[in-house]
Design a binder for this molecule. Structure first.
Ligand SMILES: Cc1cc2nc3c(=O)[nH]c(=O)nc-3n(C[C@H](O)[C@H](O)[C@H](O)COP(=O)(O)OP(=O)(O)OC[C@H]3O[C@@H](n4cnc5c(N)ncnc54)[C@H](O)[C@@H]3O)c2cc1C
Length: 337
């Protein structure tokens, strides 16, 4: 476990932004993590997982701790359910594929989301009608301040739409070291009602899909819609879909009757940020090497040598134009560093 200085993070963030870490260390287990925290008490710390949900706008003047803890195991099971624990540094998609191979259900709709298992509770990741909170049981985390381990139950995590305690009250105080999920062993709750999953399955004449078939359908849809960060730097959806009070929404909807929306409760509706951005004229727009993806207006991309600041500037221009056009504020989902 070696602390490196002036370390390039270009290969450690999916936007492929060139930014340097003052100091960088990769930790392989909880013992190493504890030791690094104890030995560097006075240093500012920055936690890095897979780097797929951050925009680096400057060099990081801190000790960057890359969470690389590996391992997964079954901790409990009965006839219907299994409790699986994964260490934080496991790659999420590989973990999902492993659960599917064991015929454990619950994570299949979240196939191919980049990043690490340990980061999934931070923004309560989700896709195709499923969120991590649906299968999450608890996570272990270490306090950066005093190195004590703490268990966070589902209730402790205060999960919301792309939100949790780790983005709010507990922000930058804990490093998640492992997560436990409760998955089905039989009577899987196959959910193909969202997005294009059923259309994708129908293409292959599948009427009663297995976990693997749902996962394959999700993978195929994602590959056709989202740019692969290995080929074109990006961080997935740059903005969250704004949630509006129905009363506010109705006023805007009168002016823009073609506006897309989904009712999420009796009082709230969700509006697709991608649609707002597209209507505001940004789809496919490129300024230097910073751009908006040509097929997905919600995804900002780095065509090669964009700086984080250039992508941030573009995102601010988008926010302003969307606000001026629709009176709706779209907030970044990506962590701006
Ligand atoms: C192509 C693409 C598609 C995507 N699609 C989706 C999607 O469908 N749904 C979705 O929800 N997200 C999506 N994302 C976003 C991203 O994959 C998730 O947010 C993922 O969970 C981030 O994991 P990471 O390990 O890369 O986090 P990082 O980017 O490394 O970190 C994100 C934040 O969490 C903190 N952090 C990292 N590890 C820990 C830890 N162990 N303990 C505490 N804090 C930590 C970091 O300091 C940072 O603030 C997508 C991203 C890309 C590039």
């Amino acid at each position: 476990m070696e602390i490196q200085t002036n370390f390039s993070l270009k290969n450690y963030n999916t936007f492929s932004i060139e930014a340097k870490a003052n100091q960088f260390v990769a930790v392989k287990n909880v013992g190493e993590l504890k030791a690094v925290l104890e030995q560097n008490k006075s240093e500012k710390k920055f936690i890095l997982g897979g780097g797929s949900n951050m925009l680096l706008t400057k060099n990081i003047e801190a000790l960057v701790i890359h969470v690389d803890l590996k391992g997964k195991k079954i901790v409990k099971e009965n006839e219907d359910f299994v409790w699986v624990e994964s260490q934080a540094g496991e790659n999420w998609h590989e973990f999902v594929l492993w659960t599917i191979e064991q015929n454990f259900g619950g994570l299949e709709n979240m196939s191919l989301i980049p990043g690490n298992v340990g980061t999934t509770p931070v923004q309560n990741i989700g896709a195709y009608g499923t969120e991590i909170k649906d299968t999450f049981v608890s996570c272990e985390a270490i306090s950066i301040e005093n190195q004590e381990m703490r268990m966070f139950s589902k209730e402790d995590c205060h999960f919301g739409y792309r939100e949790s305690v780790f983005k709010n009250e507990a922000k930058e105080q804990y490093i998640i070291t492992s997560v436990i999920f409760k998955l089905t062993k039989r009577n899987h709750k196959i959910n193909i009602s969202y997005g294009d999953i059923s259309t994708e399955l129908a293409k292959n004449s599948i009427t009663n899909p297995t976990l693997k078939e749902v996962s394959n359908a999700v993978i195929a849809i994602r590959q056709s819609k989202l740019p692969d960060p290995k080929e074109l730097g990006n961080s997935g959806s740059f903005f969250k879909n704004p949630i509006l009070l129905k009363t506010d929404f109705e006023k805007i909807h009168q002016k823009f009757p073609e506006m897309k929306y989904y009712e999420i409760s009796e009082t709230e509706v969700k509006v697709p940020a991608g649609w707002l951005i597209e209507q505001a004229g940004f789809k496919g727009k490129r300024i230097g090497d910073a751009g908006v993806h040509k097929n997905q207006a919600l995804v900002l991309v780095n065509y090669g040598n964009a700086t984080g600041q250039e992508i941030l500037n573009l995102s601010k221009e988008i926010q302003k134009t969307v606000f001026d056009t629709f009176g709706v504020l779209i907030e970044a989902e990506v962590n701006i560093i």
